[in-house]
Unconditional design. Sequence first.
Length: 109
Amino acid sequence: MGGIHDSRAAHPRVHAGKLPALHKRFETTAFKMWAKHGIRQVGFWTALIGEKHQALTYPIEWESLAEREERWTAFVRDPERIAARAEMEKDGPIRSRATRPASSWRTAS
Protein backbone atom coordinates (compact mmCIF):
# COMPACT_ATOMS: atom_id res chain seq x y z
CA MET A 1 0.00 0.00 0.00
CA GLY A 2 1.25 3.46 -0.86
CA GLY A 3 2.20 6.12 1.62
CA ILE A 4 0.12 9.04 0.31
CA HIS A 5 -3.53 9.25 -0.72
CA ASP A 6 -5.29 12.08 -2.55
CA SER A 7 -8.94 12.49 -1.70
CA ARG A 8 -10.28 13.79 -5.00
CA ALA A 9 -13.84 14.97 -5.49
CA ALA A 10 -15.75 16.28 -8.50
CA HIS A 11 -18.29 18.38 -6.57
CA PRO A 12 -19.69 20.94 -7.07
CA ARG A 13 -17.97 21.07 -10.43
CA VAL A 14 -20.20 18.43 -12.07
CA HIS A 15 -22.85 20.23 -14.12
CA ALA A 16 -26.48 19.40 -13.32
CA GLY A 17 -27.59 16.19 -14.99
CA LYS A 18 -24.06 15.32 -16.15
CA LEU A 19 -23.05 12.84 -13.41
CA PRO A 20 -23.94 9.80 -15.60
CA ALA A 21 -21.70 11.20 -18.34
CA LEU A 22 -18.87 11.63 -15.83
CA HIS A 23 -19.33 8.02 -14.68
CA LYS A 24 -19.12 6.94 -18.33
CA ARG A 25 -15.91 8.95 -18.77
CA PHE A 26 -14.33 7.11 -15.86
CA GLU A 27 -15.52 3.71 -17.09
CA THR A 28 -14.45 4.17 -20.72
CA THR A 29 -11.42 6.45 -20.46
CA ALA A 30 -10.07 7.43 -17.06
CA PHE A 31 -9.57 3.96 -15.57
CA LYS A 32 -7.77 2.80 -18.74
CA MET A 33 -5.59 5.91 -18.79
CA TRP A 34 -4.82 5.64 -15.07
CA ALA A 35 -3.61 2.07 -15.59
CA LYS A 36 -1.45 3.26 -18.49
CA HIS A 37 0.20 5.84 -16.22
CA GLY A 38 0.43 3.64 -13.11
CA ILE A 39 -2.21 5.58 -11.15
CA ARG A 40 -3.76 3.43 -8.41
CA GLN A 41 -7.39 4.09 -7.53
CA VAL A 42 -8.41 3.21 -3.96
CA GLY A 43 -12.17 3.73 -4.29
CA PHE A 44 -14.87 5.38 -6.31
CA TRP A 45 -18.29 6.44 -5.07
CA THR A 46 -21.13 8.93 -5.33
CA ALA A 47 -23.61 10.27 -2.80
CA LEU A 48 -27.15 9.00 -3.25
CA ILE A 49 -28.97 11.66 -1.23
CA GLY A 50 -28.42 15.12 0.19
CA GLU A 51 -27.11 18.33 -1.28
CA LYS A 52 -23.96 16.64 -2.62
CA HIS A 53 -25.87 14.06 -4.66
CA GLN A 54 -23.85 15.14 -7.70
CA ALA A 55 -20.59 14.43 -5.86
CA LEU A 56 -18.06 11.94 -7.21
CA THR A 57 -15.24 10.99 -4.84
CA TYR A 58 -12.18 8.90 -5.68
CA PRO A 59 -9.08 8.53 -3.51
CA ILE A 60 -5.84 7.76 -5.35
CA GLU A 61 -2.81 6.04 -3.80
CA TRP A 62 0.77 7.21 -4.34
CA GLU A 63 4.16 6.04 -3.09
CA SER A 64 5.45 9.62 -2.84
CA LEU A 65 4.67 13.22 -3.72
CA ALA A 66 7.18 12.98 -6.56
CA GLU A 67 5.31 9.98 -8.01
CA ARG A 68 2.02 11.87 -7.69
CA GLU A 69 3.35 14.89 -9.57
CA GLU A 70 5.06 12.83 -12.29
CA ARG A 71 2.22 10.41 -13.01
CA TRP A 72 -0.68 12.87 -12.68
CA THR A 73 1.07 15.37 -14.94
CA ALA A 74 1.70 12.67 -17.56
CA PHE A 75 -1.96 11.60 -17.35
CA VAL A 76 -3.31 15.15 -17.70
CA ARG A 77 -1.04 15.88 -20.68
CA ASP A 78 -1.65 12.55 -22.47
CA PRO A 79 -2.93 13.31 -26.00
CA GLU A 80 -5.15 10.20 -25.97
CA ARG A 81 -6.86 11.39 -22.76
CA ILE A 82 -7.25 14.92 -24.11
CA ALA A 83 -8.84 13.63 -27.34
CA ALA A 84 -11.20 11.28 -25.46
CA ARG A 85 -12.31 14.07 -23.15
CA ALA A 86 -12.94 16.43 -26.07
CA GLU A 87 -15.05 13.76 -27.79
CA MET A 88 -17.12 13.15 -24.64
CA GLU A 89 -17.70 16.89 -24.21
CA LYS A 90 -18.62 17.69 -27.80
CA ASP A 91 -22.17 18.49 -26.62
CA GLY A 92 -20.95 20.62 -23.73
CA PRO A 93 -18.73 20.28 -20.68
CA ILE A 94 -19.48 17.65 -18.04
CA ARG A 95 -17.89 19.69 -15.28
CA SER A 96 -16.16 23.00 -14.75
CA ARG A 97 -12.40 23.28 -14.53
CA ALA A 98 -10.53 20.92 -12.25
CA THR A 99 -8.60 22.07 -9.22
CA ARG A 100 -5.90 20.53 -7.06
CA PRO A 101 -6.86 17.53 -4.89
CA ALA A 102 -8.94 18.33 -1.82
CA SER A 103 -6.38 16.81 0.50
CA SER A 104 -3.57 14.31 0.82
CA TRP A 105 -2.71 12.14 3.76
CA ARG A 106 -0.04 9.59 4.66
CA THR A 107 -0.86 6.10 5.80
CA ALA A 108 0.83 4.53 8.78
CA SER A 109 3.92 2.56 7.84
